[in-house]
Design a binder for this molecule. Structure first.
Ligand SMILES: [Zn+2]
Length: 304
């Protein structure tokens, strides 16, 4: 009986609070740190933001906690990449019983598959789409627009603020794009080759005229599968044969295997790039804008 009264009181409180939460702010869940950064840039203090996979976390292999389910159950808006980047997300959403509006920021973006082929229109079933769209700041600008539209729909009273912040951030993205282009301009054409831990830099490479020639762990579908000793030996032979200057490691993955490959190939390992997650506070990857500048610097320096 007491329990029933509690449930009734909770339901009544929810009705009173309405869809935008007790403080009137839209409750937004972002699946990982980069999306959280963009939601913060557009929403400022007008949104109540909860980020599931934080700085340094690997969204591909993340294991959700019970508190993630609770956050989803209470959310008004869930912002995600989709395309298999958060493979745990759909099940968690259903289990949470939440009714949040799901915003997949990659909808309508120009996408590439895992082999780097441009896809025309929405990806068909069974196509292995490369989800790492944020390597290209023009994709980020389109994600920011999707976030702005969702916030405006949920909270029209702050539409002007969301619009103003989105435009300001998009201007920063445009100058970031130019800055990266200038920064990597000095890398000669025959050294514009990338070997990374996993296939995270495809969109970046397409945008700035580089090629990802090898990854230590292949394709988004099997990123946690360890390569065999003979695969690693072939990889280091290939690096030597192609004259690849350096191997790049990442903040979200263990660098041990990539370091071993680089050593076997006789090339150096560049300082870790911020790839699928922001870095901790105080690091050069604290925000998306900083992480992108830092990565371009590391790449330009390692390949010059
Ligand atoms: Zn990834």
């Amino acid at each position: 009986m007491i329990l029933n009264k509690k449930i009734l009181a909770a339901a009544f409180a929810l009705i009173l609070a309405g869809p935008a939460g007790a403080a009137g702010r839209p409750r937004v869940v972002a699946t990982f740190s980069l999306l959280g950064d963009w939601v913060r840039a557009v929403g400022g203090s007008d949104v109540d933001l909860n980020v599931l996979v934080g700085p340094g976390g690997d969204s591909h292999t993340y294991e959700p906690s019970p508190s993630d389910g609770r956050a989803l159950a209470e959310a008004d808006i869930v912002v995600e990449i989709g395309l298999g980047f958060e493979p745990w997300m759909d099940r968690l959403m259903i289990a949470s019983g939440g009714r949040a509006r799901q915003v997949r920021v990659t909808e309508g973006m120009p996408l590439r598959d895992a082999e780097g082929r441009r896809l025309a229109g929405a990806p068909g079933r069974g196509v292995n789409v490369d989800p790492h769209v944020w390597g290209d700041p023009t994709n980020t600008a389109s994600a920011v627009e999707a976030i702005r539209a969702a916030l405006c729909a949920a909270d029209p009273s702050h539409s002007e603020d969301y619009g103003r912040r989105a435009r300001a951030y998009q201007a920063e993205l445009a100058s970031l794009d130019g800055w990266i282009r200038d920064r990597v301009a000095s890398v000669p054409a025959d050294r514009r080759v990338l070997v990374t831990t996993h296939d995270t830099l495809g969109y970046w490479a397409d945008r700035y005229g580089f090629r990802v020639v090898d990854t230590v762990f292949s394709t988004a579908g099997a990123e946690s599968a360890d390569p065999s000793a003979s695969q690693l030996a072939r990889l280091s032979d290939d690096i030597r044969a192609r004259g690849v200057p350096a191997v790049f490691i990442e903040n979200v993955t263990n660098p041990a295997v990539s370091r071993a490959v680089a050593k076997a190939a006789g090339v150096r390992t560049a300082p870790p790039l911020f790839t699928d997650a922001l870095g901790p506070k105080g690091s050069p990857g604290e925000t998306y804008l900083e992480m992108m500048r830092y990565n371009a610097q590391v790449i330009a320096e390692a390949l010059k």
